[in-house]
Write a protein that binds this ligand. Structure first.
Ligand code: SF4
Length: 301
């Protein structure tokens, strides 16, 4: 009932529906018009039909005991299956909806574009990793509540947030920039040349990064590799090429690696294990991962 509908609007329907169909059997056996009548006013009638279909499935095969069995019920997708599995059955599945995606992207300071399936999959994996397997139902409800009441889309209430101490976006001052969601448009190719500058002496093994200005429209405050064009005459060698898509922009990125020139713009040197603790643009993360060691393992998220 709560899909696409506010809690306050649902409560009277929920009570009268349960009054009319107090258990799974009475719902399964009811004529469909009776079910639709009890639902009328709530809209989205496919939910009522699915609910009754699910009641029939349960009366014939028993109540599901696993995540997979829950997903076989009519109208139940991965999110609802995970919510029921964790809350009703105590099974360790993260229930990931738009609110949770937002919270996780901020907790990890993930600058991935959230309509990209890759980003969603990565954030789902991270939500599953964060899940407390001893209390999965409480964990999921806490995440939902956090997203609905504290870590809201606009103006997240960081000063009163119970997980502020472990939030990378708050630490990096990027919470209001995340999650990144861009408008779809015609795809265009963008060629980018980045400089992966290696250091000498005390900066040996470090990489030079610059920070996007606070007034930038996108990813303000995020660190990234400088453009090769910033160093006229600098000689580097091609370390690799990576592709990255941000909604309508298809980036072809060539990473040039070489010793840093004597004169550098404002920026800072980072050891690779320090990179995990700073807000790093996804392009920079990909470019570093590929160009530095040809493997993502060395550049933590
Ligand atoms: S500290 Fe702020 S951005 Fe981070 S989870 Fe809490 S409310 Fe969200």
């Amino acid at each position: 009932m709560l899909q696409q509908t506010r809690v306050e609007a649902v409560i009277p329907y929920y009570n009268s529906f349960l009054g009319r169909f107090p258990d799974i059997e009475s719902l399964a056996e009811a004529p469909e018009p009776d079910v639709l009548t009890a639902w009328s006013g709530l809209g989205y009638y496919s939910r009522a039909r699915n609910l009754q279909r699910a009641a029939k499935q349960i009366t014939s095969r028993g109540f599901p005991g696993t995540f997979e069995e829950l997903k076989e019920l009519a109208g139940i997708g991965p999110y609802t299956a995970a919510a029921v599995a964790s809350i009703a059955l105590g099974l360790p599945y993260a229930a990931v909806d738009g609110n949770v995606i937002r919270v996780v992207s901020r907790l990890l300071n993930d600058s991935g574009e959230i309509s990209s399936p890759l980003t969603i999959r990565r954030l789902q994996t991270e939500a599953q990793r964060l899940l407390d397997p001893r209390r999965p139902g409480d964990f999921n409800q806490a995440m939902m509540e956090l997203g609905a009441t504290v870590c809201t889309p606009r103006s997240p209430k960081c000063p009163v947030c119970p997980v502020a101490r472990m939030c990378a976006a708050k630490a990096g001052g990027t919470e209001s920039q995340l999650p990144v969601k861009l408008k779809r448009n015609v795809t265009r190719d963008v060629t980018v040349n980045l400089a992966l500058l290696t250091g000498r002496n005390e900066n040996r093994g470090r990489v030079f990064l610059i920070r996007r200005a606070a007034e930038e429209r996108r990813l303000a405050g995020f660190w990234e590799l400088p453009a090769k064009e910033s160093f006229p005459g600098w000689k580097g060698r091609v370390a690799g090429q990576v592709a990255h898509q941000i909604v309508n922009d298809r980036f072809r990125i060539t990473v040039w690696k070489g010793a840093a020139p004597p004169s550098l713009p404002a920026g800072a040197w980072f050891a690779l294990d320090e990179v995990a603790g700073i807000p790093l643009s996804t392009v920079a993360r990909k470019a570093l991962a590929f160009a530095w060691h040809h493997t993502a393992r060395h550049v933590p998220n």
